[in-house]
Design a binder for this molecule. Sequence first.
Ligand SMILES: Cc1cc2nc3c(=O)[nH]c(=O)nc-3n(C[C@H](O)[C@H](O)[C@H](O)COP(=O)(O)OP(=O)(O)OC[C@H]3O[C@@H](n4cnc5c(N)ncnc54)[C@H](O)[C@@H]3O)c2cc1C
Length: 407
Amino acid sequence: MSEHCIIIGASHAAAQLASSLRQEGWEGKISIVGDEPYMPYHRPPLSKAFFVGEKTEDELLIRAANFYEKNNIDLLLGCRVSRIDRDAKKIILQDDAEIAYTKLAITTGARVRKIPFKGSELAGVFYMRDLNDVKQTHKFTGKGKSAVIIGGGYIGLETAASLRKIGMSVTVIEAMSRVLQRVTAPEVSAFYTRVHTEEGVDIRTDAGVDAITGDQHVDGVRLSDGTTIPADLVIIGVGVIPNIEIAEAAGLTIDNGIAVDEHARTNDHDILAAGDCTNHYNPIYQRKLRLESVQNATDQAKIAAKTICGKLEVYNALPWFWSDQYDLKLQIAGLSQGFDQVIIRGDSESSRSFAAFYLCEGRLIAVDAINRPKEFMTTKRALSTGQTADPIKLADDSIDIKDAFTN
Ligand SMILES: Cc1cc2nc3c(=O)[nH]c(=O)nc-3n(C[C@H](O)[C@H](O)[C@H](O)COP(=O)(O)OP(=O)(O)OC[C@H]3O[C@@H](n4cnc5c(N)ncnc54)[C@H](O)[C@@H]3O)c2cc1C
């Protein structure tokens, strides 16, 4: 049988993997099978520029339509893969059609975590993951209308900023005692609470949701303390779970995601995986990670393509991430989990530009840089190359950030 690499999921990772396969010299057939009806598209603008109408659907595409044609990559869209038969080396689609592979890549990403709030089936209640979800929200947005966002994580806060931009009144409900609690330092949470409040968002922390109210169409959200907040639109953003079910059913090892080695291989070396659905060992942080970021999807896909082409390289990229809200560009390099010290460079209490450096036992592990591209770039390089940071210089905004690091 001639070589055929099938990629499951028309995702960020899939677009990169298919393109890298051709770059690495794969001459066999390539097929991307995705259950959404769209060619691989950028998800980050869904809560940002696309949400407020500053980007069109065409501008979301990761690669132009003719890219796939030119590179002889088949797209099977609107097709869900229901099963992998590893013995026969084929995938089975929902309509029972079968396609044989010699190499298989799973890039099925993640799906939203659904919480069965009373009333979550009402019209006007949405989750934010897919283009279809966001296209439907547009019917419920508009100047003067009100929105409640359940969840004060990045997606919730980005959505809040976007809705303010189009003149809606916005309330964010967060169950924990501060927004972004799982991912940032208290100083950064306080900063985002301040800016959102300045921009007119009502942020309620330590707030539980009792029910989403309305008759057919949502009209409000009732909190556990009995208060009801009026809403024409409710957006729930409370995290995602990896799409691992077809891998698990095929007997691949699962460990908080599809377990892959440093070459993006599952325990079946003809099956690889990349992106949000995977769990891999990161040599920089010396622990296993399941990341939810474009950086991880694309970088891991490049490694997977090399592996498929017989060029084994280790995946050891430094994780990085961004979030855009109002005039704030947050850029994160590294992972802050486990920090025991935070150093603030600049003024987080009254300005809109500062950096928060995270340390663990005296060693720098991550930075959150807000409107500070130089701090982001310099720290990203330093973390990737293992440079040492001087905490006093990190904190001193009058010293060039480059001088805070030594080899
Ligand atoms: C609103 C929003 C904003 C974001 N903002 C940022 C940001 O600012 N920065 C950042 O780094 N990241 C951001 N992210 C996260 C980022 O988009 C994800 O990390 C990235 O999309 C992961 O890519 P992936 O390749 O793993 O899979 P995904 O992009 O999740 O795609 C997986 C695809 O596989 C399909 N699929 C699943 N199962 C099957 C099956 N059995 N058969 C066929 N198809 C299947 C899914 O439907 C989906 O189309 C954001 C995400 C969202 C939703």
